[in-house]
Design a protein around this ligand. Structure first.
Ligand code: ATP
Ligand code: MG
Length: 567
């Protein structure tokens, strides 16, 4: 089935399932699984697979398993498994009581391997790993049979039993499927089913010293769980004949079908756990949950709402075409979600002091400000106003171009929710740097007061100095400055393409007082600046730390489109 044959609004996977259901197949429901290996944190690519597997099951009244593919104890860890559970839950999906592990089935795998040996479909090979590779041939040359390929069933059973009993060293023998050493599909040239690994497993301890290979464990797990649709990425297309071969030999009651779809690649991002781990090892980022990481933990800490990620996955759809999604699409989805949900507040990240010389010393007043421009349900708050204020340094220019409508010497600007002010004097230090602006305010222009609405061209944000909350603000940008860091057309190593400006830390931002109450993880729009989130790790009561989630506008859009078009 091709992508094109799906009905509008339906991808080819859903179309195929709909057709099968209409034909009366799957009477006990659609069953899917998300099968991560607990060897790292989940990333945005996994989000696509999670959304697909869980949603497809949900839409058809079916079930989805979260199954840990834990067959390589060398690389796996319980901490990774815990993080994966947390991230899938955060993304908004529930496996209910269907949390399983490949290691739950080790006894079954072993028994089925014995069954294959007894049927003459598997043999113990004693070639070294290197010899096996040599004997396998190449894409253009057939492989050669191993001298051990014709061992008798009895000998194979004896050796396999002894492999399991721990009589041999790692690599001394493997169990291989007996399929076809001349097959044009390399995966069918007697693939390895079991190998010796004399190390403890995070869940089964030292019970086992032979571990199944991915293809065998994965296929059998799917069948044992009654998976109807084994959805995986395109690189497994060539493994499907092996998947089907294993099912054919074992004759298990359920026969899952594998369907492949294209991986998610997002421009400027890397989706390989191995490479992400390297960034951590080199200290390029602070960990798996660094807000610049494309991991779900990183995106969560960055302030991306889970509903935005689900919506993003919905928008990109599911096809068999390999492509790179613009990061702009991800960011605009985040922006749209936060535009609806995030409360507004004022913060000054690069402050310069304004003194209102005609505002009585010691006086202050409260200004009403709505928390959201079109959501009255989010209420209002009161902003203190006084003689000394912080404004953004960029909102003043001593020698501005003609179309500059913010503050300039002798010019007027409206302070949001407050008064119109006029710049009367620019105060400099001995080095000639501007340290303060002396302004006058027009008492007849208080916002919201009927009849007093004189108009000026510019409106800027501000924070009252007496009540402002000092904070650290982290301005994040994309982690890589090139669109395909993991497949650079010039062949540069991905770490050479890190964006040196991916993090800019502002130590002394000034926030309006309401922002002191934001709990870690709470999102907000700093008016005119972008969306921000109170950092889940570093933000403390009395010492807030805010991360920029996303800017209000896509400043990369043009560059990104051009860069992707060039590839
Ligand atoms: P990585 O290359 O990052 O190590 P992986 O495929 O080895 O990823 P697994 O833990 O085996 O990681 O993946 C679990 C599931 O997520 C698999 O079914 C895999 O196909 C899917 N998956 C992984 N990366 C992507 C991606 N970029 N887009 C869509 N699905 C993905
Ligand atoms: Mg994998």
């Amino acid at each position: 089935m091709t992508d094109e044959s799906a009905a509008p609004g339906r991808d080819f996977v859903r179309q195929r399932i709909a057709d099968e259901l209409a034909a009366g197949q799957h009477p006990t429901g659609v069953v899917t699984r998300f099968p991560p290996e607990p060897n790292g944190y989940l990333h945005i690519g996994h989000a696509k697979s999670i959304c697909l597997n869980f949603s497809v099951a949900e839409e058809h009244g079916g079930r989805c398993y979260l199954r840990f593919d834990d067959t390589n104890p060398l690389k796996e860890d319980q901490d990774f498994a815990d993080a994966i559970e947390r991230d899938v839950r955060w993304l908004g999906f529930s496996w209910e009581d269907r949390l399983t592990h490949a290691s739950d089935y080790y006894d079954r795998f072993y028994a089925l391997a014995v069954q294959l040996i007894e049927a003459g479909k598997a043999y113990v090979d004693s070639l070294s790993a290197e010899e096996i590779r040599e004997f396998r041939g190449t894409l253009t040359e057939p492989g050669k049979p191993s001298p051990y390929r014709e061992r008798s069933v009895e000998e194979n059973l004896d050796l396999f039993t002894r492999m399991r009993a721990g009589e041999f060293a790692d690599g001394e023998h493997v169990l291989r499927a007996k399929i076809d050493m001349a097959s044009p599909n390399m995966n069918l040239r007697d693939p390895t089913l079991y190998r010796i690994r004399r190390i403890a497993h995070q869940r089964t301890g030292s019970d086992w010293c032979v571990y199944p290979m991915y293809d065998f464990a994965h296929t059998v797990s799917d069948a044992l769980e009654g998976i109807t649709h084994s959805l995986c990425t395109l690189e497994f297309e060539d493994h499907r004949p092996l998947y089907d071969w294993i099912l054919d030999q074992l004759g298990l009651p359920h026969r899952p079908r594998q369907i492949e779809f294209s991986r998610l690649n997002v421009a400027y991002m890397i989706t390989s756990k191995r490479k992400l781990a390297q960034l951590i090892e080199h200290g390029d980022v602070t960990g798996w949950d660094d807000p610049r990481m494309p991991t779900l933990a990183g995106l969560r800490r960055r302030g991306y709402p889970p509903e935005a990620l689900r919506e993003f996955c919905r928008r990109i759809g599911v096809t068999k075409k390999d492509h790179v999604i613009e990061m702009g699409l991800l960011e605009s989805t985040v922006r749209e979600t936060l535009n609806e949900t995030a409360t507004r507040a004022m913060a000054v990240v690069n402050p310069i002091k304004v003194v209102l010389t005609n505002y009585p010393d010691g006086q202050s007043e409260m200004m009403a400000a709505s928390n959201h421009p079109n959501r009255p349900d989010l209420g209002e708050r009161e902003l203190p106003f006084g003689r000394e204020l912080w404004i953004e340094r960029d909102d003043f220019m001593e020698d501005p171009p003609r179309k500059f409508f913010r503050l300039k010497p002798g010019g007027e600007v409206r302070l949001r929710y407050a008064y119109i002010i006029k710049c009367e004097a620019v105060i400099k230090n001995d080095a000639g740097e501007i340290v303060e602006l002396h302004c006058s305010y027009d008492p007849d222009t208080r916002s919201g007061r009927p009849g007093a609405e004189r108009k000026v061209k510019g409106t800027i944000h501000w924070v009252a100095a007496a009540q402002s909350v000092p904070a650290k603000v982290r301005l994040y940008d994309r982690l890589f400055s090139e669109p395909r860091p993991d497949a650079d057309p010039q062949g540069r190593d991905f770490r050479a393409l890190l964006n040196p400006e991916s993090l800019q830390t502002v130590e002394h931002a000034q926030l309006e007082p309401s922002l002191a109450d934001y709990a870690p993880g709470d999102c907000c729009q700093f008016e005119r600046l972008g969306y921000f989130v109170a950092d889940a790790v570093d933000s403390q009561p009395g010492a807030p730390v805010f991360n920029r989630v996303v800017t209000l506008r896509d400043s990369w859009a043009k560059a990104e489109k051009a860069a992707l078009a060039d590839l």
